[in-house]
Design a protein around this ligand. Structure first.
Ligand SMILES: Cc1ncc(COP(=O)(O)O)c(C=O)c1O
Length: 416
């Protein structure tokens, strides 16, 4: 086989569809965020970031960075191994306890990322629960899908947030087999919540385990930022909660929280936990500081809510179509990768606004969009600048102002 030709042909095809991704090298300035410095064609230019998942900006909080540096100075950088072999520091143990408390669960287990946590936990459950049938929301994140797919078990995909469809599928399942319902509390690309209560009722009726990804909700919703499950008072009814340290908490790593037997089982059997080095102790320590700050930061959550509403109101006034929701994620659909890329280029080149176009495979082909997120460091003047820049780009490119028709929305094929 001509391997070189295979890879280069695939890339040519990707480029011809307008789906080739380019990364922008952006250094987010600690003192002046959302300002950042982009290295561009050998030079530097100042940009303003409008797509960060460092939602509360805790990665740059002075107490968090101080903890990180302190622990590096005390313990060094790397962890020294897997959790089994010299990679468990007091910081890892204390962080797991804090995460368990955060979700009102008996225990928690750290992974290098929420991606690995999802993939490895679901794979382990699916491989070992004999005859298991999985029920998975069609917009579930790739990490959830990979965990299920790799285990090669029976998986029923239910229409996004459609509990009637979920129940239809549950009815067809063998009453005696184990079942897992896999879903998210807040969908990352749409910013829409799931019908938690209803899904829990179905799980109870059909004796299914519930596996919930709270990656985009933890830190931002519920009392002390304990997530949407906590906001609804449903912690006891969700069997396994997955979360990340890399978004609201501004660090890196992921985890699952559940009862102590489930966690001990995953700890003992999940390859993605057992066979990989643990996170650096400084990251675990900084996560502890960060979570404690997040728990006390209702004012930051209020700020995000207020400013997200302000952006939505501005978009409505400008008649720039976006997906209505009540979350911190504001999707502006362009339904075309080239338009999306063109608008993103114009925004950065003319206005210094950095917003990454979102393409396949993150979203289905034809459903390309911007995913706007704001942090407490964005000021009112930044919002005005952002809205004016969007307005100008919409004018320059003659982009659609009105909502897409139902037919246009339906034309978007769901690949998951
Ligand atoms: C819904 C969802 N789950 C899991 C992940 C993975 O998180 P991490 O970056 O910690 O691997 C992401 C990443 O964006 C996500 O959007």
């Amino acid at each position: 086989m001509n391997y070189k030709k295979f890879f280069s042909d695939e890339l040519i095809s990707l480029k011809s569809q307008g789906l080739y991704r380019k990364f922008r090298a952006i250094n987010r300035n600690k003192t002046s965020f959302p300002k950042a410095t982009e290295r561009f064609e050998g030079n530097e230019r100042e940009v303003e970031v409008w797509c960060s998942n460092d939602y509360l900006n805790l990665s740059q909080h002075p107490e968090v960075t101080k903890t990180s540096v302190q622990v590096i100075n005390e313990l060094g950088t790397g962890s020294g191994g897997t959790r089994n072999i010299s990679g468990t520091s007091t910081y890892h143990v204390d962080l797991e306890q804090l995460l368990a408390d955060l979700h009102r669960k008996e225990a928690a287990l750290l992974f290098p990322s929420a991606y690995t946590a999802n993939q490895s936990t679901l794979w382990t459950l699916c491989k070992n629960l004999e005859g298991v049938e999985v029920f998975s929301d069609e917009l579930n994140h790739a990490s959830l899908i990979q965990g299920i797919k790799n285990a090669n078990v029976e998986c029923h995909v239910f229409r996004h947030n459609d509990t009637e469809h979920l129940e239809e599928l549950l009815k067809t399942a063998n009453a005696n087999t184990p079942k897992i319902i896999v879903f998210e509390s807040l969908y990352s690309m749409e910013g829409l919540r799931s019908p938690l209560q209803k899904i829990i009722e179905l799980a109870k009726r059909y004796d299914a385990l519930t596996y919930l990804d709270e990656v985009h909700s933890v830190g931002l919703y519920g009392p002390e930022g304990r997530g949407i499950t906590a906001e609804k008072g449903l912690e006891e009814d969700i069997d396994i909660i997955n979360g990340t340290l890399s978004k609201s908490f501004g660090q890196m790593g992921g985890y699952v929280a559940a009862n102590s037997d489930i966690i001990d089982y995953i700890r003992s059997f999940a390859p993605g936990f057992i066979f990989t080095s643990s996170m650096n102790p400084s990251i675990a320590a900084a996560s502890i500081t960060s979570i404690k700050i997040a728990m006390q930061s209702e004012h930051l959550r209020d700020n995000i809510r207020h400013n997200s509403d302000r952006i939505r109101s501005g978009l409505r006034d400008l008649e720039i179509p976006f997906l209505e929701n009540d979350s911190h994620i504001i999707p502006i659909h362009l339904y075309d990768p080239r338009l999306c890329k063109g608008a993103a280029n114009l925004l950065i080149e003319k206005h210094g606004i950095y917003i990454q176009p979102v393409f396949h495979p993150t979203v289905p082909k034809g459903d390309e969009r911007f995913r706007v997120t704001i942090t407490p460091r964005h000021e009112a003047s930044d919002i005005d600048h952002f809205l004016n820049a969007l307005d100008d780009v919409w004018k320059s490119m003659d982009l659609k102002r009105a909502e897409p028709t139902q037919a246009e929305k339906k034309a978007v094929s769901r690949i998951y």
